[in-house]
Design a protein around this ligand. Sequence first.
Ligand SMILES: [Cu+2]
Length: 360
Amino acid sequence: MEKTPFDLDQRHVSQWESNNLEYSRLGFASATSYVFPCLSGEILTMHDIKPLALGLLASSRAILTLVGIVFGLGGCVEPPASGTAIIEGSFEQPLVVPQVVAGSTHPTLVAHETDVALLNDRRTKVYGYHAGILGPTITANTGYTVRVRLENKLGRKTNVHWHGVNVPPEMDGHPEQEVAPGSTFEFVLPIEVRAGTYWYHPHPHGLTAHQVVHGLAGFFIVHDDEEAALGLPSGEQDVAFVIQDKRFASDGELAYAPNAEEVMSGYFGPYLFVNGVYSPVRSVATRWYRMRILNGSTARVYNLALSDGAAFYVIGSDGRLIERPESVDTLLLAPGERAEVLVNFSSYPVGAGVYLVSLP
Ligand SMILES: [Cu+2]
């Protein structure tokens, strides 16, 4: 018999069960009033200047100008001159959850340009696959074939790459497989991968980063029977979010124009967006949540933690659920990577706040 991908420790199961019972006694309304500011944070660049004090993260509107730490290259490269510091927002915008579309409904993605209020009231040109920025969350079940139609109304070439889903090469948005402006293409995707969090984004030669930064990306979530048998938090308690940094030009439009140095070191933006919303908040119930986190940034690496240092459980990685939950208090997530975590909010008093932060 094939080994289950997620061999749950009985202790965790009983925690969920008791928490769920308590939740139903509390009732929905009384359990939903505490705030989970979704992302504060700071930077990871190549250069360790000074670690960031956690206390700063709780102060609203503080401008964080310190540069965090290092990934790898020995600290011998100067950080890029601009765009490295994270500017902290006020955590007032509600987190947007992308529309969920069943793959079985033969969905259409319309790549197009639109404008939205990203930072303030000023309209900014963005790309999207649906209304506004980003794309819908497409769900699929292992063993089925999903058909997704791409309509290119972008005015420039694009395509779609199904990151991690293992589809036939002619369906996977190879950089040379372009869908010309005004054209359509039907992707036929046999789903053979295990339950997990995948994503889609354009992959046309030389334009991938530009198009992703401007908003073309979405989740592709696969379910299977093994996952269903685990009784993981679902519905409102299953939240997917993509973290992306963005830089703005002086005219208020999104900028993706790396100089020669940034081509090597990475292009960083000072504003962190979660599901296309700057500095969002989300109310959560005092119970367990399953969170699917995608680093959709082009270069920034996040060292994610809860602001109070509480432990959380990693249950899934790029391609599937992992064998058993791993208790961690930090989680490193590089561009393109996904992690699924379980967070237990039941020990927080109603009305409390906790931040998801990126540590140095
Ligand atoms: Cu990719």
